[in-house]
Design a protein around this ligand. Structure first.
Ligand SMILES: [Ca+2]
Length: 307
């Protein structure tokens, strides 16, 4: 119980700072209106989900009403309550269309075989639309889900529309493990994906990096970017790490812990997004890498923080 109270107190700043989605109402969607029906996709609760498997009705659709004409900077899919057990229900191919009359639809985004959604429960992942109508204003938005990762069953707990993009935090390098040579720790926050931090110094493990957010800033998302040659030199991605926050660089509070997380693939300069389990008002952020896919060699090209 005490643990629960601590967690909810830590989560409190999140609700104050996290960006609110555009208020949408449900118009129509594929599937029966039961307790795992399409209406669950925009009821504002992660604890309810849309979960259907009706192959003859593919592509599955969801139509949302934004209430007024709005351009969408990003949209977010939130995974279900048991996606870690059933990751094959994540959509991989879909379209987003916009309309002002529900008859004429313009393409807003188009994704083919996009495997960004993590095999994690209650995790929101955002997409930036890039199709022809991405910058146009629409009142109605229709999602068409064409293919899922492993089956015809889809599940998502929420779809959120955002009129502003998530805000990156300008973080500067403070210190890190290893020599500060051309593949040294400072390369993790120089803004370039073609420069990387690459280290294999087992005696210095866990490897750590400290970033300065410039002022007390609650972080709601962090992103790892794989190296420029991770495909040729696989198994250097981290699998076990810890993120902590501090205001004096001496007292650190753990914000996120990942154990044996194999989400990072052996591909070059790929982005992976993580939501810390908790957030707080900290200026300094430390990442400690305890284990890599194949032992002790780590490489990452960037770490970015978002508020
Ligand atoms: Ca870099």
């Amino acid at each position: 119980m005490r643990h629960l109270i601590t967690i909810s107190l830590l989560l409190l700043p999140f609700s104050l700072f996290a960006q609110a989605p555009v208020k949408t109402t449900f118009v129509s969607g594929t599937g029966p209106n039961d307790d795992e029906g399409p209406k669950m996709i925009c009821d504002g609760r992660l604890s309810t989900k849309w979960c259907i498997d009706i192959p003859h009705q593919l592509p599955y659709s969801i139509v949302l009403d934004a209430g007024k004409q709005t351009s969408i900077a990003e949209y977010g899919f939130a995974t279900g309550d048991d996606t870690s057990s059933y990751p094959d229900r994540n959509p991989v191919t879909w379209r987003l269309l916009g309309s002002n009359d529900k008859e004429n639809w313009m393409p807003v985004d188009d994704r083919k075989n996009d495997r960004s959604l993590p095999a994690e429960d209650f995790s929101e992942y955002r997409f930036k639309p890039t199709a022809g109508g991405a910058k146009d204003k629409f009142r109605y938005f229709r999602f068409e889900f064409i293919r899922m990762a492993g089956s015809t069953r889809i599940q998502l707990s929420e779809i959120n529309l955002y009129d502003k993009p998530q805000t990156p935090v300008k973080a500067t390098f403070v210190k890190g493990s290893g020599r500060h040579d051309k593949e040294g720790a400072p390369m993790i926050a120089d803004g370039f994906l073609f420069t990387k931090w690459c280290i294999d110094e087992p005696q210095e493990m866990p490897y750590s990096i400290v970033l300065d957010a410039g002022g007390q800033t609650p972080i709601t998302e962090y992103r790892f970017y794989t190296g420029d040659d991770t495909h040729s030199y696989p198994e250097r991605n981290p699998v076990t790490w810890r993120m902590s926050g501090s205001n004096d660089q001496q007292n650190w509070t753990t914000l996120d812990e990942q154990k044996n997380n194999r989400r990072l693939r052996d591909e070059n300069e790929q982005e992976y997004r993580f939501k810390p389990a908790t957030t707080g008002n900290y200026r300094y952020y430390r990442f400690e890498f305890l284990r890599m896919a194949d032992g002790t060699r780590l490489q990452l090209s960037e770490i970015k923080l978002f508020k």
